[in-house]
Design a protein around this ligand. Structure first.
Ligand code: GDP
Ligand code: GDP
Length: 455
């Protein structure tokens, strides 16, 4: 590294940072109008990011990146909850449940000018049961006179209430300091591989693609594992199912099985549920309904899984409904619409007839294997050397930026850091990714490539 002009410590720091797994996640929960969106905006430092809700406006973006005191984390925004769908109490409770599942720590926002309501008390019970770290924000304390309102909230039993004004920024620095104390440096073994627990699958897809049918199909054909495995904590929303001789954990199945019937405008609820399931899973199986055209919503769900860095399998369901003509158009759609995830294993299934169910497990195993692949540094650099020699970066401004060396900083998904002598264009980065995939496979996994440029 040193002879290439890089400081050894910088190289180590870059590898360390790139090898960092998913960011810890913070959820912001509370009743409507207590100031959650205002607080999220303040935390992420962008006013426009969380738009003020208009009824009926679909919000499917639920996580944002934030940074405070040099530490990065994700914020799960639950402000878009549709309370009219479930009724106030049930909706706030469900919101809190999903947020808790998806997060490593929770900020519970109470309107200090109103005080704790029965709904707030109900959320406190949920938070206590979940056992995740909670920071209590007493919001709308715009001035000194409100401090006593905040102090009353000690009665909630969640520890010190932090008086803040999300609107004006008063006290939010102290709140953020406390949030950092509550968040783990890196998410705890969410993947559970270190303890050898069952691999975790999230079955996701837009409503009516056949998630519950598929779950019933696999649970019917195979044995639903009822006995608790030793060393696994039981989570009633997850199901252990044995498939192909292996026990898998299908996460967040309660949302699939207990179908809270939601009408129009419930997309946000579905998105949050999907995000929670993806967070808990190692591999996402995305179902697509082949009897209809591939939609933007399908693509958004795939993007969620990819952005979260999960292994990915795409299951084209309702294959039994296809006639020759539809099948022809479907293949064209897949070519154009699914090009960005052409690396994901594909299975053509029917949850109704059980068609090709046996192909699901091999596809999942392939994706997980790709997700965990580690390329030895020597092999990677031999490959990079050949690639750079055969296909150099285009010359820009009389200079030719060169990839000098690289290393794989992490897995799950594979993350690479490349060190270069100058700015590497996006097109060339994509070329490197393509060639990496051709050379090493990485089937079923997103790969991250970051480039450091010599000062
Ligand atoms: P949410 O429904 O919990 O996301 O609440 P919003 O963030 O949309 O805020 C609800 C209302 O409370 C808006 O009119 C905000 O401007 C207002 N609000 C939020 N934070 C504060 C605050 O710290 N002080 C005051 N006075 N108003 C606030
Ligand atoms: P979910 O909302 O994603 O859980 O979807 P469901 O499992 O409830 O399925 C929605 C509808 O699609 C139901 O009427 C199912 O019977 C039907 N369905 C699911 N899978 C298939 C399939 O493979 N073929 C056909 N023809 N129908 C299916």
């Amino acid at each position: 590294a040193a002879e290439e002009g890089f400081d050894v410590e910088d190289v180590e720091a870059a590898i360390d940072e790139a090898g960092h797994g998913p960011l810890p996640a913070l959820a912001v929960v509370g009743r409507p109008n207590v100031g959650k969106s205002t607080l999220v905006n303040r935390i992420i430092g962008r006013r426009e990011a969380v738009v003020q809700d208009k009824p009926g406006v679909t919000r499917d973006r639920v996580t944002y990146e934030a940074e405070w005191a040099g530490r990065r984390f994700k914020v799960v925004d639950t402000g878009g909850w549709e309370q009219d769908v479930l009724g106030l109490d049930a909706s706030v409770a469900a919101q809190a449940e999903y947020a808790i599942e998806a997060a490593d720590a929770v900020v519970f926002v109470v309107d200090a000018t109103v005080g704790a309501t029965d709904t707030d008390e109900a959320v406190v019970k949920l938070l206590r049961r979940a056992g995740k770290p909670v920071v209590l924000a007493a919001n709308k304390v715009d001035g000194m006179s409100g401090e006593s309102d905040a102090a009353v909230l000690w009665s909630l039993g969640l520890g010190e209430p932090f008086p803040i004004s999300a609107l004006h920024g008063r006290g939010t620095g102290d709140l953020l300091d406390e949030i950092l104390k509550a968040l783990p440096e890196a998410p705890p073994q969410r993947f559970g591989t270190a303890v050898g627990g069952p691999r975790r699958i999230a079955l996701i897809g837009r409503p009516n693609v056949g998630k519950s049918s598929l779950l019933n199909q696999v649970a019917k054909e195979e044995r639903v594992v009822v006995n608790e495995l030793s060393g696994t904590t039981r989570d009633p929303v997850d199901e252990l199912i044995e498939l192909g001789g292996i026990t898998w954990k299908f996460v967040d199945t309660a949302g699939i099985r207990r179908r809270v019937h939601l009408q129009e405008g419930a997309d946000y609820y579905a998105s949050l549920r999907t995000a929670a399931a993806v967070e808990k899973a190692e591999v996402a199986v995305v179902l697509i309904d082949t009897s209809e055209s591939i939609s933007v919503q399908d693509q958004r769900i795939i993007t969620m899984a990819v952005d979260a860095g999960r292994a990915l399998v795409i299951a084209y369901n309702k294959w039994d409904t296809l006639d020759e003509e539809r099948r022809y158009y479907l293949e064209r759609e897949i070519e154009t619409e699914m090009q960005q995830v052409a690396w994901a294993p594909r299975v053509n299934v029917s949850a109704l007839t059980g068609r090709h169910m046996e192909k699901l497990v091999p596809a999942i195993e392939t994706a997980l294997a790709g997700w965990e692949t580690r390329i030895p540094t020597g092999r990677l650099n031999a490959f990079l050397g050949e690639l750079v020699a055969g296909h150099p970066h285009p010359i820009r401004g009389g200079k030719q930026p060169r990839i000098l060396f690289g290393t794989q900083a992490g897995t799950k998904p594979p993350r690479f850091v490349l060190f270069a002598s100058g700015f590497i264009e996006a097109g060339y980065r994509r070329f490197i990714e393509r060639r990496l995939r051709e050379e090493f496979g990485f089937e079923g996994t997103p790969i991250h490539i970051s480039v450091r440029v010599r000062e």
